[in-house]
Design a binder for this molecule. Structure first.
Ligand SMILES: C[S@@+](CC[C@H](N)C(=O)[O-])C[C@H]1O[C@@H](n2cnc3c(N)ncnc32)[C@H](O)[C@@H]1O
Length: 246
């Protein structure tokens, strides 16, 4: 499965993710945070907000997609040496030069299976007392899309890890996190009808499904999914996590 994204299009269409990212960053306690990891920085729209919120901090922007990192490097160039980039897969041990004081992650962990392992790998690069503040798709996220894709014969069923808060609390505690909070909140999101909604679906939600299809079948597949939805509307459910490494 390709790790690549259409980063320029993502950067253009990911307004919901950028908006939710602002709420996540607001939960970070800035005290004592000199070095932050953005785990799954994408095209850097949320990373940019993080750099603005913490004007003295250095941000390590990590992503598995080289194209996303190129896009992020362009966007974040004005921040100069305050940001560095790491191309890495969160399914493997995270290798950083030094530990970080905080980890922020938005709209990423549902793409990563085995959260017990993920939280252990993140704990390993977080200093004791350091914060983890994250948001990603949780139980029930885009259920209407999951259903529509299943009706069309999903070739990668269960691709997304839409976890339960209780499971996340247990996995975080097992990985050595304390003061753990995990909760779901619905984030129903409307889009402009037509091409822009289908571009959003193809670039973000259905990226991997589309990548499996021959070029000439992609638009029809996205259109078939969109036609099975009640409208240009996604029933997003976000899972929020706030914790500290013990
Ligand atoms: C929906 S984007 C979110 C980007 C950004 N945080 C935002 O909120 O706009 C998800 C990002 O997670 C990255 N990602 C997904 N799985 C990953 C993995 N196993 N390792 C590293 N990055 C991953 C993707 O490359 C992509 O850039």
């Amino acid at each position: 499965m390709s790790r690549e994204w259409d980063a320029a299009t993502y950067d253009r269409v990911a307004d919901p993710q950028a908006r939710w990212g602002a709420d996540v960053i607001a939960r970070l306690d800035p005290r004592g945070v000199g070095r932050v990891l953005d785990a799954g920085c994408g095209s850097g729209r949320v990373t940019e907000q993080l750099l603005e919120r913490l004007p003295e901090a250095h941000v390590v922007a990590l992503d598995g997609s080289g194209r996303m990192l190129e896009e992020a490097a362009r966007r974040l160039a004005p921040f100069g040496s305050r940001v560095s980039f790491v191309c890495a897969d969160l399914r493997e041990p995270v290798l950083l030069d030094e530990p970080v004081d905080a980890i922020v992650s938005t709209a990423t962990f549902h793409w990563v299976p085995d959260h017990a392992g993920l939280f252990r790998r993140l704990a390993a690069v977080l200093r004791p007392g350091g914060q983890l503040v994250a948001q990603y798709g949780g139980r029930g996220n885009i259920a209407s899309v999951v259903r529509a894709v299943a009706e069309l014969g999903d070739p990668i069923p269960g691709r997304w890890t839409y976890a339960e808060p209780e499971d996340e609390r247990r996995c975080l505690a097992d990985a050595g996190f304390v003061d753990v909070q995990a909760w779901l909140h619905p984030e129903p999101t409307s889009f402009e009808a037509g091409e822009s909604f289908e571009t959003f679906l193809a670039t973000v939600v259905l990226r991997e499904h589309v990548a499996l299809l021959p070029e000439q079948d992609r638009a029809a597949f996205v259109h078939a999914v969109a036609s099975r939805l009640p409208g240009p509307f996604l029933d997003y459910v976000r899972l929020n996590v706030v914790a500290r490494r013990g």
